[in-house]
Design a binder for this molecule. Structure first.
Ligand code: BMA
Length: 841
C-alpha cells in the first residue's frame, strides 16, 4: 500500500501562441510548434502574466496600455509540460484546481478533458495513461470572448451592466470582461494549481457540522468523510487551539464514514471586537492494517453558533436583517471585496493576509465576496477565520440576466458544489448569497417586481432553486439568501427598506443625493453604498505619463471606469460632489486630496447614520453597512478605501473611527447638537460626553459636559441645546472615561466647506519617540499626513485649538512627510529637524 503523494506540477511549463482558426485542435501539431515559439510560463498563471514577465507586452496598468494588450485575449494559447514519473501507484490522478476557462487537455497526445468552467476543479483518473518516464501535458485555451459569443449566438443576447454581454454565458470571473472600476483583461490559463495525486487511497471529502450547546460551553461535532481506495480504518482526531487532543474516534473504512466528537469546555469563536478566534484542528487519517497512514486531511474550524435573524423592529414595519453569533446580535460593519488584482496569480497568501488585516484594523467584522469576482483563495478565508471577519459569500453572478438553460445550470451546479464543499468548514462563513444585483437588473427590464409573474425572470431557477438546494444539501447550517439586494416575496422590489438587504446608491448613482443625506437611504442591512476617490498621488503618478499628470487628462479619465452605456461618467459625478462641497485647486495633487476628502466625509456620515440605527435588542433597524468597495485590482479612481498599492485612503480612517467598538457621532442641527454613542461591546459604558464648539478663528463659542450611559451592544443618542451662531463653527464631541481619558471623538462642521475658508492655521507637528504630536492655533479640517511607508494609527484628523493630538506610528517614522489640510496648500515636513508649520510646496 502506498501513502498518498500530492505532487505539484508547477515547474518547467512553456507557453506558445497556438494557431487560431476554427479547424480542430491537433495535439501533435501543438507539440510540434517551433522551439522559439515557446516561452517560460508559471503555473498557476495566465498568458498575460507570462507575456508580461517575458517582456512581450507592456504593463497593462500603465497609461492606456490596456488597449495595446487587447490582442492577447483574442488568441489561442497552449501550455506544455514535460514531467518525469517513477513507479506508478494503484491510483494515479491529475488534478486541475482551476482552468480559465475554455481548455482542452491532452496527456501524452491523448485527449483527457474539455473544460468550460473556471470554477470547477477537475480530477482525472490517468492510471492507464500515465507512464513511467517522460510524460507530456498540453493545455490549450481558447479566447474566452470568442467562445462565449458562440454560446450567446445560440441562446441570444441578454441585458447586463458592465462588460460584453457574452460574459453572461461564460463561467469565468465576470470582472475580467471589464467593470466600472476595472480594466478589460480577459485572461486565460491554469489559474489554480495542477497536481499529480498518487497513492493507494485518499480522503475525497472531510466535513463536520458543529453544534454549540445553549450553555455555550459544550459542543458536538458530526464528522463525515468520503474515502476512495482501499484502507482499513479512518481515525478522527480533534486538537484544541493549543494543540491538545480533546476528542478522537476511529471507524472502519468505507466509502462514507462518520463519527460524533464532543468538546466540553469549548473555546468559542467570535467575530472581531466581541472575543477571540480560537481555531480547532480536525484531522482524519486513513490507515491500513499495520496502522500505516495512507492519507491524511485536516480542517481548521471554529466553534460558534451563527445565524441570520429577521425579527420585528420595535415601532417599525418589516423585520431586521441581522447576524447573531453565540447568542449575540452583531452590527456587521465592513466592506465589499473584489479580486485584489486582474492577474490572480500575483495575489500571494501574504497579500491576502495584508488586505484582510487592513479590514480588521479598520474595525471591520464582515467582508462580502462580491459576485463578479472569484471564490477566493484559501488564504483569504483562513485570514478571515483568524482575524474574526465574517464572510458574506456571493455565488458568482453579477449585474446580468443570466441564462438558465440546462447546460448552464449543470455547469453552475458543479461549481456551486465544489465551492460549498471547499469553503463550508471556515468559521468565518456567515452567508451564501445567490447573486449580485440580478434582481435589480431584472426589475429594470420589467422582468421582476410587483405584478410581474415570477417565471418571467428565468434565473430564479438558479437563485431560488438550484443554489439553495446545493446549500441545503452540503452546508445546511449556513444561511442562504437569494441575492443582493433581495426582498422576500415576489410582489416586491429589491430596494425595499424595511426587510432584507439593500444597495443604497442614491448617493453617487441614481439621483446623486448629497452624502450628507445618507441617513435618508438607510435600510435593514446596507450591503452596498460608496463614494469614489482618486488613488494615492504616488500610485497615480506611477501609471501616468508626465504630460498626462493633470486631473482632466485622457489617461486620468482612462483610469476611471465608472459610467454607463452612454459613456464614462465617473469624472462628471466626482465633479458634482467636489462642486457641492469644496474649493479645489488645479493640480492632480489637489484633486487627489479633494476627492479623498469627500469620500472620507461621505463614509463618516454613512457609517454613523447607518450604525446609530442599530439601536438596541428588539429594535435593530439597521444591522449592517458594507461599503462598496474595500480594495482595488489596479491603479484606478474608484470607490475603494485601499488603493492597489495597498495604501489606505483617508476614508479608511473615517471608517475605522466610525466602526470602533466604542464610537461617537455629532451632528450640528438647528439650535442643538445631536450626540450619538455607539457601543459594540458586551459591557455597558458610563461615559462623560464633552462637547466644545469653536469659531473658525479658534474662539470657543459654547461647551457642555453630560453624563451618558450606553448599554451593551446598543446605540443611544441625545440632543444638546446650543445657542445659535451666525458664523461657521466646528463642534468637537469627545467621550471620556471615568479617568478623563478620551475614548472616542468626532467633529461636525458647518457645511458646505466652500462657503468659508480655513486657510492660515499654524499647524505644529512634533516628534516624540514614535509618536507625532500635532496641534494648531485654530480649527483645521482633514489634516492628511502622507509619506513613504507611513503607517499612522490615526490620520485625516480634525484639529481644534489648544488640544494637541498624539498620533502613534506602527513603524519607525520616515525622515519627512507631506501634509495637506483643507484650504492649505500641501507642505513638506522634515521630521527630524524639529517638524514645523505649513510652508507651501
Ligand atoms: C454595484 C456593485 C458593482 C459596481 C458598483 C459601483 O453595482 O455591485 O457592480 O461596481 O455598484 O458602481
Amino acid at each position: 500500500m502506498k501513502s498518498q503523494r500530492l505532487i505539484d506540477l508547477h515547474e518547467g511549463w512553456l507557453l506558445a501562441e497556438a494557431p487560431g482558426g476554427a479547424d480542430g485542435l491537433d495535439a501533435a501539431a501543438l507539440a510540434a510548434l517551433p522551439d522559439d515559439a515557446w516561452l517560460p510560463a508559471t503555473v498557476p498563471g495566465t498568458a498575460h502574466g507570462a507575456l508580461l514577465t517575458a517582456g512581450r507586452i507592456p504593463d497593462p496598468f500603465y497609461g492606456r496600455n490596456e488597449l495595446d494588450v487587447r490582442w492577447v485575449a483574442e488568441r489561442r494559447w497552449v501550455w506544455r509540460l514535460g514531467f518525469e514519473v517513477g513507479e506508478l501507484a494503484e491510483r494515479e490522478e491529475l488534478v486541475f484546481e482551476g482552468l480559465d476557462t475554455y481548455c482542452t487537455v491532452w496527456l501524452n497526445g491523448e485527449l483527457l478533458l474539455k473544460s468550460d468552467n473556471m470554477f470547477v476543479p477537475q480530477r482525472l483518473d490517468v492510471r492507464s495513461r500515465l507512464k513511467p518516464g517522460r510524460n507530456e501535458l498540453l493545455l490549450c485555451f481558447e479566447p474566452a470572448l470568442v467562445e462565449a459569443r458562440k454560446v450567446e449566438a445560440m441562446h441570444g443576447k441578454r441585458a447586463l451592466w458592465n462588460g460584453d454581454s457574452a460574459r453572461l454565458h461564460a463561467r469565468k470571473a465576470q470582472y475580467h470582461f471589464g467593470w466600472d472600476w476595472g480594466p478589460e483583461l480577459i485572461t486565460c490559463g491554469p489559474w489554480r494549481p495542477v497536481r499529480r495525486d498518487s497513492g493507494s487511497a485518499r480522503i475525497a471529502d472531510l466535513h463536520c457540522r458543529t453544534e454549540v450547546a445553549a450553555d455555550r460551553r459544550t459542543a458536538t461535532l458530526q464528522v463525515a468523510a468520503e474515502l476512495q481506495g482501499a484502507a482499513t480504518r479512518c481515525a478522527f482526531e480533534l486538537l484544541d487551539p493549543q494543540g491538545r487532543c480533546v476528542a478522537a474516534r476511529a471507524v472502519p473504512a468505507a466509502q462514507r464514514v462518520g463519527a460524533t466528537l464532543s468538546v466540553t469546555d469549548a473555546q468559542l469563536w467570535w467575530p472581531l471586537g466581541l472575543g477571540a478566534q480560537p481555531l480547532y484542528t480536525l484531522i482524519a487519517r486513513l490507515q491500513d492494517d499495520d496502522g500505516q497512514v495512507l492519507a491524511e486531511d485536516s480542517r481548521r474550524i471554529g466553534l460558534r453558533h451563527l445565524r441570520l435573524v429577521q425579527a420585528p423592529v420595535e415601532g417599525e414595519a418589516g423585520s431586521s436583517f441581522h447576524f447573531e453569533v453565540n447568542g449575540q446580535d452583531i452590527f456587521a460593519g465592513g466592506a465589499n471585496w473584489i479580486p485584489d488584482d486582474n492577474l490572480l496569480e500575483r495575489i500571494t497568501p501574504a497579500r491576502y493576509r495584508e488586505r484582510v488585516a487592513q479590514a480588521a484594523a479598520a474595525n471591520m467584522n464582515m467582508l462580502r465576496v462580491w459576485g463578479g469576482g472569484i471564490y477566493e483563495h484559501e488564504a483569504f478565508y483562513e485570514a478571515c477565520d483568524e482575524m474574526g471577519i465574517l464572510v458574506w459569500q456571493d455565488f458568482l453572478f453579477a449585474c446580468g440576466l443570466y441564462p438558465a438553460n440546462e447546460a448552464f445550470q449543470a455547469s453552475v451546479r458543479a461549481e456551486a458544489e465544489a465551492a460549498v464543499k471547499r469553503l463550508r468548514h471556515h468559521a468565518c462563513m456567515a452567508l451564501w448569497c445567490g447573486n449580485n444585483e440580478d434582481y435589480m437588473i431584472a426589475e429594470s427590464q420589467g422582468l421582476a417586481g410587483p405584478g410581474i409573474p415570477a417565471e418571467r425572470f428565468e434565473a430564479r431557477a438558479i437563485y431560488e432553486k438550484l443554489l439553495p438546494e446545493v446549500c441545503a444539501a452540503l452546508d445546511p447550517d449556513t444561511a442562504y439568501w437569494p441575492g443582493s439586494p433581495f426582498t422576500p416575496g415576489s410582489d416586491v422590489k429589491s430596494s425595499d427598506v424595511t426587510v432584507g438587504d439593500r444597495h443604497s446608491w442614491e448617493v453617487w448613482h441614481q439621483q446623486m443625493l448629497p452624502y450628507q443625506n445618507y441617513g435618508e437611504v438607510q435600510a435593514r442591512f446596507v450591503s452596498e453604498f460608496g463614494m469614489q476617490s482618486m488613488p494615492s498621488l504616488a500610485l497615480f503618478e506611477s501609471v501616468l505619463p508626465q504630460a498626462e499628470r493633470y486631473p482632466e487628462s485622457r489617461t486620468v479619465q482612462w483610469h476611471n471606469k465608472a459610467g454607463s452605456a452612454s459613456g464614462p461618467d465617473g469624472h462628471r459625478r466626482l465633479a458634482v460632489y467636489l462642486a457641492d462641497n469644496l474649493r479645489v485647486g488645479p493640480t492632480l495633487a489637489d484633486h487627489v486630496y479633494a476627492t479623498q476628502f469627500v469620500q472620507a466625509e461621505a463614509m463618516r456620515v454613512a457609517y454613523q447614520d447607518f450604525r446609530r440605527r442599530w439601536q438596541k435588542p428588539g429594535a435593530r433597524a439597521v444591522s449592517g453597512a458594507l461599503v462598496w468597495q474595500l480594495n482595488d485590482c489596479w491603479p484606478v479612481t474608484s470607490w475603494a478605501l485601499i488603493d492597489s498599492s495597498a495604501t489606505v485612503k483617508p476614508a479608511w480612517h473615517a471608517v475605522r473611527r466610525a466602526l470602533a467598538p466604542l464610537a461617537v457621532a455629532v451632528r450640528l442641527e438647528a439650535g442643538q447638537a445631536r450626540l450619538v454613542v455607539m457601543n459594540g461591546g458586551l459591557e455597558g459604558r458610563a461615559l462623560t460626553l464633552q462637547l466644545c464648539i469653536y469659531a473658525m478663528d479658534g474662539r470657543e463659542l459654547a461647551s457642555a459636559r453630560v453624563a451618558q450611559h450606553v448599554p451593551a451592544v446598543s446605540c443611544v443618542e441625545a440632543a444638546q441645546p446650543l445657542p445659535s451662531f451666525a458664523e461657521p463653527a466646528v463642534a468637537e464631541l469627545c467621550a471620556l472615561g471615568d479617568d478623563g481619558r478620551e475614548l472616542a471623538r468626532d467633529c461636525a462642521w458647518t457645511e458646505p466647506f466652500r462657503f468659508y475658508g480655513l486657510a492660515g492655521a499654524r499647524v505644529d507637528i512634533a516628534v516624540d519617540g514614535r509618536d507625532l504630536v500635532v496641534s494648531s492655533d485654530r480649527p483645521v479640517k482633514g489634516l492628511w499626513l502622507a509619506g513613504n511607508g507611513l503607517a499612522l494609527a490615526d490620520n485625516f484628523i480634525d484639529l481644534v485649538p489648544g488640544a494637541a493630538r498624539r498620533i502613534s506610528s506602527q513603524i519607525a517614522l520616515p525622515m519627512s512627510l507631506r501634509a495637506a489640510a483643507l484650504d492649505h496648500p500641501a507642505w513638506q515636513i522634515a521630521l527630524f529637524d524639529g517638524g514645523g508649520s505649513p510652508q507651501a510646496e
